[in-house]
Ligand binder design. Sequence first.
Ligand SMILES: [Fe+2]
Ligand SMILES: [Fe+2]
Length: 239
Amino acid sequence: MPTQIPPPMLSAQLERFAVDLQLVVRERNQARAAVRKARLGTLLRLAAAAELKDDDTGVHILRMGHYAALIAAAYGMPPDYCENILYASRMHDIGKIGIPDAILKKPGPLTDEEWVVMKTHPEIGAALLDDSDVPLFQMASQIALTHHEKFDGSGYPSGLRGSEIPLSGRIVAVADYFDALTMDRCYRPALPMEKAFNMLRANACVHFDPSVVQAFFEAKHKILDIRTRINRGEEVSAT
Ligand SMILES: [Fe+2]
Ligand SMILES: [Fe+2]
């Protein structure tokens, strides 16, 4: 017959077991969070390195990350989605790390062959990011892959149309385009704000999801405010 453990000893043993289990779970969660934070830090640095190949200041990805989070909030997405897109969107062009400088920095228009190479950056980026079950990295991979898709199906790499394009990709397309228009480039100065707004409106339904463009205009004042603050060199940590 098995030895009987007296009830008071049994409950003390169970209590100790429960405390040990809680400690193990807490340590596992802390270790997972530390790995996630380290991975995010590495990928954001890689994204910044990719951006420096294209933009001398590297501030574009900071600004458009905040614009994407503000557009997502105006669209009605919950806070954890908005926080994820704030960071995930900064990695949209991480795949440019695999594009030769001779193409990325070419002062004139690209040849057809060079465009073929340039258009591989979404898939390179998605492959770099696509090995995680963490929602932030899943979203980053989705954005890297789809930020050049267009609402009418004329984008790349897959020619997705409408809601076939994930919402994160549709939001980042608007945030990226607006910031690209309103920043100084080596080949042209920043466009006046009203002209950029008109171009966004004109491209709704063609390049962009009209409901995302509408969310952009709902968040317009916050977007302009954060743009001013970042351009002044202020530290803007969260939206
Ligand atoms: Fe891109
Ligand atoms: Fe960009």
